[in-house]
Design a protein around this ligand. Structure first.
Ligand code: IPD
Length: 264
């Protein structure tokens, strides 16, 4: 990619540092699967330690910025302008079960607008990055969303809510509308990677209801910088980071995907 800004360089370095540690912990998880108790506490601890590493690195470099992290919540910055939005381990359930599909997601927001995003999958050594106006990249290769036009050839991704979530019936309805019309729907368990894969043209679209700002912030920017459309599913003027109902797609299919998802 063209040269990273100082902020993006800080984000990439922080993600790589936390990633090295998580990869070591992921190796341990495989050993713990056989124990009766399972690796639950160990993974919660790994998640917390990863956020600590990211917070140390990012806040040391930019002490005046605000913070929103999955594990440690929100803290206002002294500059009143910039904020880090961080998910130290997106795909926690995969990690817990020894499935190698999880990522670190870091976004930077300035005056409420996303300006930089990094999604790092250390197991596959794939780092997806974008800066506003500068395009999106995967390991230095420029990204473009897919060019498919025909829904019957398209592959979509979603997240299916678990354990009593109020969004489950709605998601099943979405699936009933979409599955007969497309080439397939995947549910791989990491919303940040789902978005990164839309940016990379691996998926033609993604939607999920009830997710958090830290799961999607970096991915939203990366998809937009790869030429894709990101919207709130239900309301034209709403910000998906606030409502948690996000859809992302190539421009060819965005309207028809949205119409299907709004059918209810
Ligand atoms: C989860 C993953 C999953 C999505 C859930 C998220 P976490 O994030 O992104 O794909 O379906 O809604 O909560 O808890 O692993 O950081």
């Amino acid at each position: 990619m063209a040269t990273a800004s100082p902020n993006l360089a800080v984000m990439i370095a922080a993600a790589r540092k936390a990633g090295r540690r998580l990869v070591r912990d992921f190796g341990e998880v495989e050993n713990l699967q056989v124990s009766r108790k399972g690796p639950g506490d160990f993974v919660s601890n790994a998640d917390r330690k990863a956020e600590e590493t990211l917070r140390e690195e990012l806040m040391r470099a930019r002490p005046a910025y605000g913070w929103l992290g999955e594990e440690t919540g929100e803290a206002a910055g002294t500059d009143g302008l910039n904020r880090w939005i961080v998910d130290p381990l997106d795909g926690t359930t995969n990690f817990l079960h020894g499935l190698p599909h999880w990522a670190i997601s870091i976004a930077l927001e300035r005056k409420g607008e996303l300006t930089a995003g990094v999604i790092f999958d250390p197991v596959k050594d794939e780092i997806f990055v974008a800066e506003k106006g500068g395009g999106a990249y995967l390991n230095d290769r420029r990204l473009r969303v897919s060019g498919r036009r025909d829904m019957s050839e398209m592959l979509f991704a979603t997240g299916v809510p678990f354990m009593g979530s109020a969004n489950l019936p709605r998601t099943l309805t979405d699936l009933a509308h979409l599955m007969p019309r497309c080439a397939g729907v995947r549910r791989l368990g990491s919303a940040s990677l789902d978005l990164a894969y839309v940016a990379a043209g691996r998926y033609d679209g993604f939607w999920e209801r009830g997710i958090n700002a830290w799961d999607m912030a970096a991915g939203v920017l990366i998809v937009r910088e790869a030429g894709g459309i990101v919207r709130d599913i239900d309301a034209d003027d709403a910000d998906p980071l606030e409502t948690g109902a996000v859809m992302a797609a190539n421009a060819e299919v965005a309207d028809s995907l949205q119409a299907l998802l709004r059918r209810g």
